[in-house]
Design a protein around this ligand. Structure first.
Ligand SMILES: Cc1cc2nc3c(=O)[nH]c(=O)nc-3n(C[C@H](O)[C@H](O)[C@H](O)COP(=O)(O)OP(=O)(O)OC[C@H]3O[C@@H](n4cnc5c(N)ncnc54)[C@H](O)[C@@H]3O)c2cc1C
Length: 473
């Protein structure tokens, strides 16, 4: 186990020489750097913050962290949900947000090369102007691409197009020893030894700092149509999901949501889009589905077939989001679920298990049945199309200690059930610090040991992002 030193005045001086004007200490450290978007896992103030602008600067900072044996935490926009970018052992916090440029488009090879601090939103807008699409579409558009790659972010379109991993062709990385390596290439396939680029994707800033990314693009689908499908209850709603795939409908996005969460999100964004009753009956749950394609006829053909299918299988109605405003408002309500839950709750914790699509209905029935056992509210929504469920425990009554203890028992129980059903601990948010205690059970002790050993090979002094993923301090 590493024995870390405190950041000394000598180290701060050396950092200031390497990164002039962008080293901050004491009162000059912005409070944002002390937490991410899931405060239940705790806040921690870094001893020094460095806002780097080049790969070489980052290599210098990493070398200094080794020389002085202080922890170093990489950080993008801090929108993570598992405490991954929180410097729980103090030390240096390295922000990439000043490295936010689009460096180069290669339109012959359909790639774009970017700096890691570029925001997803800025990339999505820029590629759209060129008639292209960067398919990964996690809910938080103001995350960095470096953070997205480091967490292998998923999002709405993963059901059709895959997660961030599927769009990373090459990257430059500063290793925890300070060496700079280039991984991958602008090629669409490779069998060139162990895939270290794949190891780096989803490594949550524990194996290296990503300083440049070459990402794959695709032509933008010309036509997109969304449907809001209300159901009497969640069971019937979720039971339809596998039928979309059995019928080869290939939705671009397929999200489920419960009535209560929709109502609080609409109140949060100040716009009502989703129907609440149909023929005098209350709506209990919804699917929000998007189809895309190159012609209106092709998209409308699948929309019609999907409408027939869902109406034959328990849907109360089908509402087409056939104006840009309606589509935008429906997806804005979906995009604000987390903020809406936060606004309504004093205490909240979350998990993002992923289970086989065929098991979602059963699994959610089990989870929702635990509400009275634990005494807090359980709210869920998620990417129904890929089995990735966001399950929230929320309370306005419990004290923090009791809540944490109850949530821990709850998480253990629902994770165990997910594994029994063939699922995994996290579909997209990662492990970070918040889920570290559950990883060994999830993957088994042999696999966990392999992960620990990989960490030691990359980071012999164990300075990079300690206390995250598989390295407990
Ligand atoms: C409202 C909301 C909705 C969300 N929806 C989704 C969703 O649909 N899908 C999804 O997957 N996530 C979602 N998230 C979670 C979050 O946005 C993602 O995890 C995102 O990828 C984090 O990016 P970031 O730039 O904020 O990274 P940070 O939070 O700053 O860091 C996340 C992790 O990446 C590491 N890291 C950051 N940059 C680098 C780098 N350059 N090199 C190496 N390591 C690095 C950090 O050390 C940390 O471990 C959501 C979050 C919010 C608040």
């Amino acid at each position: 186990m590493a024995n870390y030193n405190k950041v000394s005045p000598e180290l701060v001086e050396e950092l200031k020489k390497a990164i002039p004007g962008r080293v901050f200490t004491g009162e000059d450290i912005n409070e944002d750097y002390t937490h991410d978007e899931m405060p239940i896992y705790g806040a921690a103030k870094p001893e020094v913050v460095v806002e780097a602008q080049t790969t070489e600067e980052i290599a210098e900072v990493v070398k200094l962290a080794n020389k002085y044996v202080v922890p170093l935490t990489p950080r993008g926009a801090g929108t993570g949900l598992v405490g991954g970018a929180v410097p729980i052992h103090g030390g240096i916090l390295l922000s990439t947000t000043k490295m936010n440029k689009i460096l180069d488009y290669d339109l012959e090879n359909f790639t774009v090369t970017v700096e890691p601090g570029l925001l997803l939103n800025d990339l999505q807008e820029d590629v759209a102007k060129k008639g292209l699409l960067y398919p990964p579409d996690p809910g938080e558009k103001f995350a960095t691409l470096g953070g997205n790659v480091a967490t292998n972010a998923g999002g709405m379109r993963a059901v059709k197009y895959g997660a961030t991993r599927d769009y990373v062709e090459a990257m430059t990385v500063v290793l925890p020893t300070g060496e700079i390596v280039k991984l991958g290439a602008k090629v669409s396939k490779t069998s060139t030894g162990y895939s270290l680029i794949d190891l780096m994707v989803g490594s949550e800033g524990t194996l290296g700092i990503i300083t440049e990314l070459t990402l794959k693009l695709i032509p933008q689908p010309k036509e997109v149509m969304s449907m809001i499908i209300p159901y009497v209850n969640l069971d019937e709603c979720i039971a339809t999901v596998p039928k979309f795939f059995q019928n080869h409908f290939a939705p671009q996005a397929l999200e489920f949501m419960e009535r209560a969460i929709v109502i609080s999100s609409e109140a949060y964004v100040g716009k009502e889009v989703f129907p609440k009753t149909f023929n005098g009956q209350d709506v209990g749950a919804y699917l929000l589905v998007t189809f895309d394609g190159d012609t209106e006829e092709a998209v409308m053909d699948v929309v019609e077939k999907a409408s027939e299918l869902v109406l034959e299988n328990g849907a109360m109605d089908v509402m087409l989001a056939d104006t840009p405003a309606l589509k935008r408002d429906a997806w804005a309500a979906r995009g604000s679920f987390l903020e809406a839950i936060e606004a309504d709750s004093k205490l909240l914790d979350e998990c993002d298990v992923v289970v086989p699509v065929s098991e979602i209905a059963n699994y959610l029935g089990f989870v929702n049945g635990l509400e009275s056992k634990y005494g807090f509210k359980i709210k869920s929504f998620g990417h129904a199309g890929d089995g990735n469920l966001h399950i929230y425990a929320v309370s306005n009554e419990m004290q923090l200690d009791e809540f944490k203890q109850k949530v821990d028992e709850f998480m253990k129980e629902i994770y165990a059930k997910a594994y029994e059903k063939g699922g995994l601990l996290s579909g997209e948010h990662g492990i970070g610090h918040g889920k570290i205690d559950y990883l060994e059970t999830a993957v088994g002790s042999v696999t966990f040991k392999l992960m620990e050993n990989i960490k030691k090979v990359f980071d012999p002094n164990l300075i990079l992002n300690p206390g995250k993923v598989c390295y407990k301090v």
